[in-house]
Design a protein around this ligand. Structure first.
Ligand SMILES: [Mg+2]
Length: 260
């Protein structure tokens, strides 16, 4: 079902934000006339944009008959604000929700996710509670996110993306998970937020599930992403594509690995 008959499927699993598009804040000095609108804000205004290179990459994939599958932390509402056209499957909620091409939530995956989340509720609640007072004192906000009616992630944000406050709270969270032996949870961080979410169920597992169930005939797969949290699903593909100024390449460059 993944492509025209007799034609081997080629699939690109692609993170969205900061991989296929980004906000203007991340594009200093660029001529706005060269940009392609990619998302709208909650008020319906253009919010994120593709650079000419990103737009050309999408065009190239489309010309090559490549099925592009978003693999995003966005929830359904935020996915609906993406104005680029994706007509196949979509992986949202950091992998916890699969949307079929007809727009329906895949119920088998939802059931699997619910069982997994059920066992994590106590740990998630404890991790969230552990940070609450200190987060408030540092002017940060904690938001619980749900998938299939169950909490699955708590996101910490500072209104001005205060780096020191976020770092202090991230370290505090990581120490809590280690001290309590909560190995089924992980912390992921980017420029303006820190999140606690399941470690063993996410983008990678969703990509594996989709490949097994719906794209087992794929002869070539690409993984596109910018963040360390994308690394696992990108590593499960035949080739990985990552932008030069993303978290992933910055981390690799900083590691200055010995060349052997
Ligand atoms: Mg990203």
């Amino acid at each position: 079902m993944s492509g025209p008959t007799n034609q081997p499927a080629i699939v690109a699993f692609a993170d969205l934000d900061d991989t296929l598009f980004q906000t203007l804040r991340k594009l200093p000095g660029i001529d706005p006339h060269t940009l392609t609108p990619a998302t709208v804000s909650t008020r319906g205004e253009a919010h994120s944009f593709c650079t000419p290179a990103q737009a050309e990459l999408l065009r190239l994939l489309a010309c090559g008959g490549v099925t592009v599958i978003p693999v995003t932390g966005r929830d359904l509402a935020a996915m609906a604000r993406v104005t680029l056209s994706f007509t196949s499957w979509k992986i949202v909620d950091h992998g916890l929700t699969l949307i079929a091409p007809d727009g329906e939530v895949e119920t088998e995956w939802a059931g699997h996710v619910r069982v997994h989340l059920h066992d994590l509720q106590e740990a998630l609640a404890a991790a969230t509670a552990h940070l609450e007072a200190r987060a408030q004192r540092l002017g940060c906000r904690l938001t619980r996110h749900h998938a299939h009616d169950l909490p699955f992630m708590t996101v910490l944000k500072h209104p001005d993306a205060h780096a020191e406050a976020l770092e202090e709270l991230q370290l505090r969270w990581e120490a809590f998970l280690t001290d309590q032996g909560l190995e089924n949870l992980q912390i992921i961080a980017n420029a303006n937020n820190v999140s606690v979410l399941p470690r063993l169920l996410g983008k990678l597992e969703a990509v594996q599930h989709l490949r097994q169930r719906h794209f087992s005939d794929a002869v070539l797969t690409f993984g596109l992403g910018d963040s360390l949290s994308d690394l696992a699903f990108m590593s499960a593909c035949d080739f990985a594509i990552t932008p030069p100024r993303g978290q992933l390449l910055r981390a690799v460059n900083a590691a200055r690995l010995p060349q052997r």
